[in-house]
Ligand binder design. Structure first.
Ligand code: GZL
Length: 348
C-alpha cells in the first residue's frame, strides 16, 4: 500500500495517537514541543497541515555534547518554525530507539530523525518506516544496513578525520618536544563500542599510529562516553601500566573522568604534566579545562545539527533532492591558542 495522502494519513495518525496515549499514558516520551499551539490544524484550502510532524529519537543525555545536540534540535523543531516535534530520549538503549521509531510510524509522522546509538540492528525498523512512506534522516551517528535506500540521508562529522587530526597533532607536538624517537605509550578511552563516533575516531587515530613505529597502544577500553565510566577505566589503566604518556579520550566527558583518576593517583597531565590528554567534542567545559592546562588538545565535533536537518526537510518538502551524506566543518583547539574569545562565543 503506497503512502496515504497527508490529510487522511494525518487524521488516522491523530486517532491512533490518541488511542496510543490513552492506552499507554504519556509513557516516558516528553510532551510534544509545540510552543502551546494546537497540535495540528489542517488548512482546508490546501489540505496541507499547518505543521510538519517530526519524530526524533535521541540517544540519551550521556554527555555535554549530547545535551548540546538535543538543545539544537529542540530549538529548531518548534511550532514557530512550522514543526510539531515528538521527542524521545532512549536513555542510551537501542531497544528504546527501535520502540520510538515504531511509535512514530504508528503515529504517521511526516519525518523520522534518528541519532542511532550503534550502527547495527536497524534494517527491520527502517524497512517498516520505508513501507509506511516515512522518510528517515540520520543525524550525527550512522547505520550499517543492507540497503542504503532505507534512509534518505545522513548529516554529521567525519569521525575518521577527527581521529586522524588527533594523531597528526600528537605527532607534531612530540616533534616540537624532541620526542619523535622516544617510545610513546598510549591508552584510549573509547566511546560506545560500535557507534559511528567510536569506530571513526579509533580508526582515524589508528591510521597515524601505524605510521609511528615508536608509538605503542597499550590498551583500548570503552568508557561509553560518560565521565564516571571514563574515570573507572582510567583508574584500571593506571593500575595496569607503570607508565602512560598519552590518553586518547574519545569525548570530553571521559577526558574529565581520566583527569580525575590521574590526579587521584598523584600524577599530572596537560601541557605542563607527565601525561598528554587528547579529547574529542570541544565543548565549553573542555575548552575551559584546556585553559586550566589539564588537557593538551581538543578536537571539535559539532552538535548543532538541528538547523541542517531542518534545511534538508524543507528541501524534501519542496520535492528537491538532497545529498546522501553531508559533513559539518570542524577544527581543533590547543593551549597555544587565545581561548578566552573562543570560550566566550561557544554555544555548547
Ligand atoms: C559524536 C557523538 C558522541 C560525542 C559524545 O558525534 O555521537 O556521542 O562525541 C556523545 O560526547 O556522547
Amino acid at each position: 500500500m503506497g503512502p496515504m495522502p497527508r490529510m487522511d494519513r494525518k487524521k488516522m495518525g491523530w486517532l491512533l495517537l490518541a488511542l496510543l496515549l490513552l492506552l499507554t499514558g504519556c509513557g516516558k516520551r516528553e510532551e510534544p514541543v509545540t510552543g502551546g499551539h494546537a497540535p495540528y490544524v489542517e488548512d482546508a484550502a490546501t489540505g496541507k497541515g499547518e505543521y510538519i510532524v517530526v519524530g526524533f529519537s535521541q540517544i540519551g543525555s550521556e554527555s555535554d555534547w549530547r545535551i548540546g545536540s538535543t538543545e539544537s534540535f529542540r530549538s529548531t523543531f518548534t511550532a514557530e518554525n512550522g514543526y510539531y516535534l515528538i521527542y524521545d530520549d532512549a536513555q542510551q538503549k537501542q531497544e528504546n530507539q527501535l520502540k520510538a521509531v515504531r511509535n512514530f510510524i504508528l503515529q504517521k509522522v511526516d519525518y523520522i530523525i534518528v541519532d542511532p546509538i550503534v550502527e547495527t540492528g536497524w534494517d527491520a525498523v527502517l524497512k517498516e518506516a520505508k513501507d509506511a512512506g516515512i522518510p528517515v534522516i540520520l543525524a550525527d551517528r550512522s547505520v550499517k544496513v543492507e540497503d542504503e535506500e532505507l534512509y534518505t540521508c545522513w548529516v554529521g562529522s567525519s569521525f575518521e578525520q577527527e581521529g586522524r587530526s588527533a594523531g597528526e597533532w600528537l605527532r607534531e607536538y612530540l616533534k616540537k618536544q624532541g620526542r619523535e624517537d622516544e617510545e610513546i605509550r598510549i591508552v584510549t578511552l573509547q566511546g560506545t563500542l560500535g557507534s559511528t563516533a567510536q569506530i571513526g575516531r579509533t580508526e582515524g587515530f589508528g591510521k597515524v599510529l601505524e605510521q609511528e613505529k615508536n608509538w605503542v597502544m597499550l590498551d583500548q577500553q570503552s568508557g561509553d562516553f560518560t565521565q564516571a565510566k571514563g574515570q573507572e577505566v582510567m583508574e584500571e589503566f593506571l593500575k595496569n601500566y607503570d607508565r602512560i604518556d598519552v590518553v586518547v579520550c574519545e569525548n570530553d566527558n571521559m577526558a574529565f573522568g581520566a583527569i580525575e583518576a590521574i590526579k587521584k593517583a598523584d600524577k599530572t597531565c596537560g601541557p605542563d604534566g607527565e601525561i598528554i590528554i587528547l579529547s574529542f567534542d570541544a565543548g565549553r567545559a573542555a575548552l575551559e579545562t584546556l585553559l586550566d592546562k589539564d588537557i593538551n588538545a581538543v578536537f571539535e565535533c559539532n552538535p548543532k545539527l538541528g538547523p541542517l536537518v531542518s534545511e534538508i526537510i524543507r528541501k524534501l518538502e519542496r520535492g528537491e533532492s538532497v545529498e546522501k551524506i553531508q559533513y559539518v566543518e570542524e577544527v581543533y583547539f590547543d593551549s597555544t591558542m587565545d581561548l578566552e574569545q573562543i570560550i566566550e562565543e561557544r554555544t555548547y
